[in-house]
Each structure stands twice: as structure tokens, then as C-alpha cells.
Design a protein around this ligand. Structure first.
Ligand SMILES: Cc1cc2nc3c(=O)[nH]c(=O)nc-3n(C[C@H](O)[C@H](O)[C@H](O)COP(=O)(O)O)c2cc1C
Length: 180
């Protein structure tokens, strides 16, 4: 019997993000945004992050065409937005058009107001099984407004009300800012 990867990974709590990119068409720039939880922090020097998308993802096609994207880490108040942006491409178009967001300075991809964010340029892609892993150079990044954060585990959204944002010093010698 194949391993139950999906059933097992349900127990792994992740943050929830909105990834954004765009496609330039003769009619103008068409933004795209989607809910993701596959964000990975790969390297600090150089700064690299990854995302993983289903091979048939329309968002992935736009991202590979532009080579540019942004990631906004959702606060707890973003739960409904996360739900809406997890719908198929056509169904979420109106939500994308109405996002409380600005085009990032380095990429032009949408960055959500108040969220911690990253802007990325495509460094590499790896087709792995039924997904494609994209690795991006982090071109710019910034912290959001300190606020409760959104977590996804066992197929549900949760709020972490006290993420101790202001008390943990992330400038330490540990790779992840841990206290050594
Ligand atoms: C919490 C959550 C996390 C998700 N993370 C990913 C992800 O990392 N990669 C992915 O391809 N789809 C992910 N999805 C599904 C997408 O939000 C979306 O349904 C899918 O990309 C739509 O396909 P499209 O790109 O063809 O429009 C996630 C959905 C939810 C609810």
C-alpha cells in the first residue's frame, strides 16, 4: 500500500500565504493570486525561498511566464480571503481585482496591505512528481503589522493569537533566528 502522505501531512501545521504574480497580455497586465502553504525558507545567503504547485496550476503557468512573484503571509483576519483565493482561477478573478494590495517595487506583483511580504525572482524550477518546485531569489522583503497569524492544520484554519512577534530576537546566530 502506498504511504498516506496526504493523511499524514494533515498534522503538519503551516502558515498560510497569498502568492501573487501576473501575466502581461495585449489587453494589459492581468494579476493572479492564490492561497499557498508550501512556502519554504531555503537559504539566507543568498536569500532563497521556494513554493510548490500542482503541475497543471494556471497560477504556476503565469509565474513561470513572468518569472516574478510576491508572497504575503496572512494574518488571522485573512481567513476568508484564504478561502476565496483557494478557488479555481476564474472564480477568484474578482477577488484578485479587489485585493487590498499594492504592486511590489521590485516585481510588480501584488503585496497585501499589512502583511509580512517577500518579492521573488525565479532562480530555478524543478518538476518533481505531480508538482513543480519553484525557487526564487528574494529581491525584497518586509515585516507586516504585528498581529495574530493564520495557521492551517487538519484541513482547518486557526488563529495563533500570541505569536510573540515582539519578544523573539530574530537577529541571532541561529539559521532560523533561534536562541542558541
Ligand atoms: C491552505 C491551502 C494551501 C494551499 N497551498 C497550495 C500550494 O502550496 N500549492 C498549490 O499548488 N496549491 C495550493 N492550494 C490550492 C490553491 O489555493 C488553488 O486551489 C489552486 O492553485 C488553484 O489552481 P490554479 O492555479 O490552476 O488556479 C492550497 C489551498 C489551500 C486551502
Amino acid at each position: 500500500m502506498p504511504p498516506d502522505l496526504r493523511g499524514t501531512m494533515r498534522a503538519f501545521a503551516t502558515g498560510v500565504c497569498v502568492a501573487s504574480t501576473y501575466r502581461d497580455t495585449p489587453g494589459g497586465r492581468r494579476h493572479n493570486a492564490v492561497t499557498v502553504n508550501s512556502l519554504g525558507s531555503i537559504s539566507l545567503d543568498p536569500p532563497l525561498v521556494s513554493l510548490s504547485f500542482g503541475r497543471s496550476s494556471a497560477f504556476l503557468a503565469d509565474l513561470l511566464a513572468s518569472g516574478r512573484w510576491a508572497v504575503s503571509i496572512l494574518p488571522a483576519g485573512g481567513r476568508e480571503l484564504a478561502r476565496r483565493l483557494a478557488r479555481p482561477s476564474a472564480a477568484r478573478a474578482a477577488d484578485v481585482a479587489g485585493l487590498p494590495a499594492r504592486p511590489g517595487d521590485r516585481t510588480g506583483a501584488l503585496v497585501l496591505a499589512g502583511a509580512s511580504w517577500l518579492e521573488c525572482g525565479l532562480r530555478d524550477r524543478f518538476d518533481l512528481g505531480d508538482h513543480t518546485l519553484v525557487v526564487g531569489d528574494v529581491l525584497a522583503a518586509g515585516p507586516g503589522t504585528p498581529q495574530p497569524t493564520l495557521v492551517f492544520v487538519y484541513g482547518e484554519y486557526h488563529s495563533v493569537a500570541d505569536p510573540a512577534i515582539t519578544t523573539v530576537d530574530l537577529s541571532g546566530p541561529g539559521h532560523w533566528g533561534e536562541i542558541l
